[in-house]
Each structure stands twice: as C-alpha cells, then as structure tokens.
Design a protein around this ligand. Structure first.
Ligand code: 5GP
Length: 122
C-alpha cells in the first residue's frame, strides 16, 4: 500500500480537516494527537501524522525527515503530558488485515495509566 491508495473519506482525515471534532491534546505542524473515542485504558491517545499515510510502512517509506522527527517529538510530549515517564505505557500501530487496522490513516495508540496487561493473549 502507498499514498496513492489513500482513502480521503476516512474518519481521521475528517478530524485533521476539522470536519469532525476530537479532543485534541497536542498538535504541531506535522502531527495531531487526540483522545480515542472508546478508550481501552485511562490514557488512550491517538497520535497521527497530518499528511496522508495509510500505515507505518507507507510512512516509513514516504515521509520526510521532518515528519519522522515530529512523530517522535509527539510521543515524548504525550508521555510528559500524561505523566507516563515512570509508570510506563504501550505504543501500538495496527497495520492492515492481520494487524486489524480499522482506520486506514496511520495512527499510534499510546495506552497507559494502568497495567496494560500482556501484549498478546494466546
Ligand atoms: P485501529 O483499530 O484502526 O488501530 O484503531 C482505530 C481507533 O480509532 C479505535 O481505537 C477507535 O476507537 C478510534 N476511533 C474511531 N473513530 C473515532 C472517532 O471518530 N474519533 C476518535 N477520537 N477516535 C475514533
């Protein structure tokens, strides 16, 4: 998959455009971070690039250096903002069918505020 297959009608594209509201907790030129609408933990923040990337592979292959740096800066901002430095957190990016990605715009879930449990229950 690459940017040419990007679906402009996805829900996060609408949040970026401001057509749909979200509880934004941090934003910079390249990244927007907002609360997940159905949180799976006391802290559940979605961290997404503003440009059109479908998934992590698309972003890794096609984003520029500034965009990559901005995502890592956003991770750090969210960790600080929600006091996760000491207690820890989990950062997840679901991709494609096997990763059960529901929204086809790259996003990272930052989950914390409690013990998140085992990574996978087999
Ligand atoms: P995925 O399964 O694609 O990794 O996760 C998509 C996430 O987006 C889900 O956790 C879901 O709760 C969240 N989500 C879906 N629609 C909306 C919305 O309209 N607003 C917000 N804030 N989150 C949403």
């Amino acid at each position: 998959m690459n940017s040419r297959n990007y679906d402009d009608s996805n829900i996060f594209a609408k949040i970026i455009k401001g057509d749909i509201k979200a509880e934004i907790v941090y934003e910079n030129d390249n990244v927007i971070c907002f609360k997940d609408i159905s949180p799976r933990a006391p802290v559940h923040i979605l961290i997404i690039p503003k440009n059109k990337y479908i998934d992590l592979n698309d972003f890794s292959s096609n984003s520029n250096t500034e965009e990559k740096i901005s995502i890592f800066q956003a991770f750090s901002k969210i960790v600080k903002k929600f006091n996760l430095e000491k207690s820890g957190y989990r950062l997840i990016s679901n991709s494609g069918k096997d990763g059960r990605q529901e929204v086809p715009h790259l996003h990272f879930h930052m989950l914390g505020g409690k013990d998140i449990g085992k990574m996978l229950s087999l």
